[in-house]
Design a protein around this ligand. Sequence first.
Ligand SMILES: *[C@@H]1O[C@H](CO)[C@@H](O)[C@H](O)[C@H]1NC(C)=O
Ligand SMILES: *[C@@H]1O[C@H](CO)[C@@H](O)[C@H](O)[C@H]1NC(C)=O
Ligand SMILES: *[C@@H]1O[C@H](CO)[C@@H](O)[C@H](O)[C@H]1NC(C)=O
Ligand SMILES: *[C@@H]1O[C@H](CO)[C@@H](O)[C@H](O)[C@H]1NC(C)=O
Ligand SMILES: *[C@@H]1O[C@H](CO)[C@@H](O)[C@H](O)[C@H]1NC(C)=O
Ligand SMILES: *[C@@H]1O[C@H](CO)[C@@H](O)[C@H](O)[C@H]1NC(C)=O
Ligand SMILES: *[C@@H]1O[C@H](CO)[C@@H](O)[C@H](O)[C@H]1NC(C)=O
Ligand SMILES: *[C@@H]1O[C@H](CO)[C@@H](O)[C@H](O)[C@H]1NC(C)=O
Ligand SMILES: *[C@@H]1O[C@H](CO)[C@@H](O)[C@H](O)[C@H]1NC(C)=O
Ligand SMILES: *[C@@H]1O[C@H](CO)[C@@H](O)[C@H](O)[C@H]1NC(C)=O
Length: 762
Amino acid sequence: MGVKLTAVLLVFLYLQVSLCNGVSINGCRESERKALLDFKEGLKDPGRRLSSWIGQDCCTWSGVQCDNQTGYVVQLDLGNKRPLHNMFQYGLRSEQLEGKINHALLGLKHLQYLDLSMNFFGGCIKDSLEILSWVCSELTGHFPDWLGNLKSLRMLNLYYNSFHGPFLQLRLHSLIKLDISRNAFNGSVPVNLGQLYPKLVFLDFAYNNLTGVFTEAHLVGLAKLQHLGFSANEFRVDFGSQWVPPLGLKMLVMWNTKLGPGFPSWIQKLENLSAAVFSNAGISDSLPDWFWNFSKNLQIVDLSHNDIRGKLPTSLEHLSNLRYVDLSGNSFEGSVPQFPENLVYLLLFSNKIAGRVPKTLCYLKKLVALDLSKNQLIGVIPDCWNHSLHPRLFTFDFSDNKLYGGIPATLCSPSLAYLHLSNNNLSGELPLSLRNCKALRTLDLGQNKIGGSIPTWLAKSLLNLEVLQLRQNMLVGNIPPELGNLTNLRVIDFAYNHLSGTIPYNLGNLRAMKFAPAISYNRKVALVIYDKLAAGYVDNMEVLYMVSSKLVLGYMDSIKVNLKGRDVQYDKLLPLLISVDLSRNELSGEIPEELMYLSYLQNLNLSENHLTGRIPEKIGMLLRVESLDLSKNDLSGTIPTTMIMLTFLSHLNLSYNNFFGRIPHSGQFPALPDPSIYLGNNALCGFPLHNNCENIDGQSSVWSPKDEDEVEKIGFYVSIALGYILGFWILWGVLLLNKKWGFAYFQFVDYLIHATGDCLWK
Ligand SMILES: *[C@@H]1O[C@H](CO)[C@@H](O)[C@H](O)[C@H]1NC(C)=O
Ligand SMILES: *[C@@H]1O[C@H](CO)[C@@H](O)[C@H](O)[C@H]1NC(C)=O
Ligand SMILES: *[C@@H]1O[C@H](CO)[C@@H](O)[C@H](O)[C@H]1NC(C)=O
Ligand SMILES: *[C@@H]1O[C@H](CO)[C@@H](O)[C@H](O)[C@H]1NC(C)=O
Ligand SMILES: *[C@@H]1O[C@H](CO)[C@@H](O)[C@H](O)[C@H]1NC(C)=O
Ligand SMILES: *[C@@H]1O[C@H](CO)[C@@H](O)[C@H](O)[C@H]1NC(C)=O
Ligand SMILES: *[C@@H]1O[C@H](CO)[C@@H](O)[C@H](O)[C@H]1NC(C)=O
Ligand SMILES: *[C@@H]1O[C@H](CO)[C@@H](O)[C@H](O)[C@H]1NC(C)=O
Ligand SMILES: *[C@@H]1O[C@H](CO)[C@@H](O)[C@H](O)[C@H]1NC(C)=O
Ligand SMILES: *[C@@H]1O[C@H](CO)[C@@H](O)[C@H](O)[C@H]1NC(C)=O
């Protein structure tokens, strides 16, 4: 029986092994050398990956491995294994082999291992096939029935395709792994799964369109099941509390399901459970007392975004395998428990956890992410972070609590990228030790009582800084001009302080404000890895740990900013935000013309300062500005005509200055009808004000309508060009959800995968 494969496919064939007791020889067998050359003949190899396939000894050719004793080719590894980051940069194509799995390969009689993953291959596969991985291939249509003939099939991986129609009913009695997640199968889950696939150990059908009710009856006969995943389907789950699930279950991954409202108490019988992922599962219940004791093997606990109540135990040290704990977005009470020393992720944000920050957290030296924000913690942040090196600590978030005292001098790590302590009652100055946090990307200390000045070392040492949030503190002194040197700085928020002096013209050098922001490839990879973790694919925590500490959290940063007159929590969109807010300080002097070179700036708020002079004519260069607030200063002059080029402007406030003359009547101006934005000026006229410009002597002659028309034309063309960009932003705005961490990411990953038409992780 031959099987035709005609798509981008990933095939791991484990051909049957014939044992041979051959004589010991050196080098390659001539017949096999010929077979390999025939095989090569039928391939397109644009990347010249098979260029070493010349000469007599085929055992030295790349990808070929022979048995030392017999000289037979036993392994052929032609998988496309370019390093991931390269792959994302340059794409797969150039390194791909294309062609047919032709008969020549059958000449390799002793082949045990064949890896052709991530290449384009068509051809035949023998029905002795045991493993078929056909993932990320944009395959669509009903699932081909002939697969039912592959009676020896042990593993069938079909995730990330677009198969639709009913759930597979193939009767594969040898099958131990079935993964059809992320397809479009619909209808209900068949009740005879246990008869179709009695040997199943791994079953995952997450992200399909399956409907109906999924009950314990569906799982009858699947006694060997260890992994069960069915997140994000349409069905309701109804497992009775007395249900005895397959007792060997280790991984239960069911987020985004209708599982609640009761807590799934049937898991209590699963003494070997290692992953319990019930995020956003509609659970509204209290956490049973036994939860932290029923399995010693718990590694991953994700109960986030439910409505689970209960007091956290004082210690979870007995769960020595615990690596990933996400209880965020619930109503947990009590104080921060003691955790086992190997914990990697601790996400407890948005609960009701009270008490002090325990010193024991300092000793979790493998931590990558620590997020206790939005709780009711009191007291000081302990100054013991030097007790272990925390080489991988990446995010430290204690914002929105009731902490006071200074920022601890020991709080740093070579990898710390996101430090959030906003909205507490912290005081003192910025500690010099922060200088050592060289990897810092976000420094978020807003809404505290931090005094002193903004140190120049900050600009000289924290060269990776992207977001500098110091809003609503007690900072004095000047804005250091050196900040202009920070090439990645995109968000500056110094509002509500007592900063004085002039706005340094050097801020006009801020490179990241002059170019379109982009989500880096690294972040995409990171998301997929995170996705795989929660789906139970990454069972090697060490891999997760290494990769994630560099990548995963990068995306999940979030801060609160004041935009368009409102406080907005920026989460997924944060990497795209470009903003300067210096409002409510004591800044004086003119608005430096150089600021107008920041052409990707979306928000500029300079209100409530003592700025003088005119609005620079070059303001027309702030083409992406959506919100511009210059109110409550001592600015004067006319409103520059070039402002009609600001086609994204939706919030403008020029009130309480000394502006005079005609308000431009084209561009976005007609769409800004609120007269309060011009209030308290000397002599402005025109829409939306009621005073007619003719009444204002002399001033109207400053304006030549012809000029305005000219500028308007330019503006029009520019806005057409920007249409594409705008479309892009809107899309992202809709897709990127307003939740930290958790399930929102999975949807984001989905988007990425569909948007790029590429599977990021195979
Ligand atoms: C075959 O050779 C490799 C490297 O030359 C060596 O590592 C391996 O142990 C050898 N295997 C046997 C079975 O001799
Ligand atoms: C599920 O079905 C709905 C309509 O019933 C459709 O809009 C949606 O795209 C489907 N989802 C998938 C993953 O196919
Ligand atoms: C499955 O989806 C197809 C369209 O994609 C629809 O025609 C069919 O009725 C659906 N089946 C069920 C059982 O919902
Ligand atoms: C749990 O794992 C242990 C050790 O591997 C094994 O002996 C035991 O049978 C398992 N329990 C169940 C219910 O599978
Ligand atoms: C859970 O186990 C720990 C350690 O074995 C023990 O101290 C604690 O009392 C147990 N809790 C419950 C609720 O059984
Ligand atoms: C940690 O820092 C504190 C004060 O900064 C110091 O007293 C202590 O000795 C340090 N501990 C270690 C282990 O370095
Ligand atoms: C900060 O401390 C002051 C007293 O020093 C107190 O009135 C205020 O409520 C505290 N704020 C927060 C957010 O804890
Ligand atoms: C940083 O900025 C200061 C002041 O703007 C300037 O004098 C200095 O040369 C800059 N340093 C670097 C390394 O660019
Ligand atoms: C600008 O800042 C002031 C003071 O912080 C604030 O009241 C105002 O709402 C901000 N303007 C915009 C458009 O966000
Ligand atoms: C503009 O600023 C003034 C003064 O701060 C304020 O009263 C007014 O409401 C603002 N208008 C808008 C539309 O934000």
